[in-house]
Design a protein around this ligand. Sequence first.
Ligand code: FES
Ligand code: FES
Length: 154
Amino acid sequence: MSTSLRINGKSHQVDLPDDVPLLWVLRDDIGLTGTKYGCGVAACGACTVHINGVAVRSCQTTLGDVDGDITTIEGLGAPDSLALIQQAWVDHQVAQCGYCQSGQIMQAASLLASNHSPTDADIDEAMRGNLCRCGTYPRIRAAVHSAALKLKEV
Ligand code: FES
Ligand code: FES
């Protein structure tokens, strides 16, 4: 079945069953491999993308569930024009192995879209479904605070 998707501002036509997880559409069909597979059961957050600006787990969102514009880590910013949140990640050297980080950044971007001055508790609450086996949580907090401050200057 042919489905029309808007991903990172571009239209894509995919010919897949409605019950295919969005994660596999993005990675295997569209070739956007920045979104990672971790657990497959909405327990780790590695596969987080945005639909209409809201963070969702793409491993548990089927193609048929998609209703709106999709943004992946590739669409948040570009190497020569990073999004504020991505620049904050670089400034604070958040990533260690990096595997969880695209999901972390997408979750953090969604938090900042709704809360411009998050407290540590707000950050912990928003990010608690995004697991990092390298333990980058303190740097994630610092980067989110830093991006929040920069957002106020824009
Ligand atoms: S792969 Fe989707 S939450 Fe873990
Ligand atoms: S940076 Fe390695 S799992 Fe998070």
